[in-house]
Design a binder for this molecule. Structure first.
Ligand SMILES: Nc1ncnc2c1ncn2[C@@H]1O[C@H](COP(=O)(O)OP(=O)(O)O)[C@@H](O)[C@H]1O
Ligand SMILES: [Mg+2]
Length: 236
């Protein structure tokens, strides 16, 4: 069963002010969605809603198709279903390795598989030489790479990237593109916010536009032929 989050008749207010309404939206595994909107339109707030970090003012967001949780946790709760990657990623105290492996204690896979995945992530993010470096000493691009590598290691069903490549050097951007590409191949649903188009948003086949306090979904009609697929095959 496909894992998805469903938004139904949702409205989000701050005080008296309506930020946006969304009658019906679906974010599912395999989706690659470009979330568009001017600065202040509510992209970050929408991602926080989908991550279960804040609650909508009215309406609902529910999760279906995810593996069962322990009986004491609400099966339909969205909290923790989709991983949310903040624009300025939060890193833990300690070194790169600790940051990369932190979430893995909640994963059931055997140790060998996990070790291999960590090694692959370090390689993809070009962070091997920094494995023992204190995370707070990393450059901006390295921090972003570590944050995406940490998500990649968990191989989530749904991942939300908030303005992922803004303020990032070209080198880090290309590494992140490769990791995102890989996640897409694995079927991870991606919601990517940006106030302008970029290489990452070119990957998207659907769009959600926040305009005049309404979020509307539509398909993106391709306007040009890209050579991305061949490029990434070569890069791998
Ligand atoms: N906790 C909050 N309380 C009040 N207003 C908020 C809060 N969080 C965000 N906002 C406001 O909601 C609007 C949308 O913010 P945000 O979701 O960050 O937009 P975007 O990511 O599209 O730039 C902004 O005007 C912001 O000031
Ligand atoms: Mg934002």
């Amino acid at each position: 069963m496909t894992a998805k989050l469903l938004i139904n008749n949702m409205r989000m207010n701050f005080g008296d002010r309506l930020l946006f309404a969304a009658p019906q939206l679906e974010f599912a595994q395999g989706d690659v969605i470009y979330l568009q909107g001017e600065n202040g339109a509510g992209k970050t707030t929408l991602m926080k809603l989908l991550a279960g970090l804040v609650a909508p003012s009215s309406g609902s967001i529910t999760a279906t198709g995810f593996p069962a949780r322990p009986w004491w946790r609400n099966q339909r709760s969205v909290l923790g279903r989709a991983i949310y990657l903040h624009q300025y990623p939060y890193l833990f105290d300690g070194n790169v390795k600790r940051n990369l492996t932190h979430g893995l204690k909640f994963i059931d896979d055997d140790k060998k598989t996990i070790d291999l995945r960590v090694e692959q992530a370090l390689e993809m993010a070009h962070l091997q030489h920094l494995i023992n470096r204190t995370a707070s000493h990393l450059s901006g691009g390295e921090r972003q790479r570590l944050a995406i590598a940490r998500a990649w290691v968990l191989q989530p069903k749904l991942l939300m990237l908030d303005e992922p490549t803004s303020n990032m050097d070209k080198y880090s951007q290309s590494l992140i593109m490769q990791m995102i590409h890989q996640l897409r191949e694995l079927g991870t649903g991606l919601l990517i916010s940006s106030h302008q188009t970029c290489e990452l948003t070119d990957l998207c086949h659907n769009q959600w536009i926040i305009q005049q306090q309404l979020i509307q979904a539509s398909a993106i009609v391709a306007t040009s032929v890209t050579t991305e697929d061949t490029q990434y095959e070569l890069a791998n």
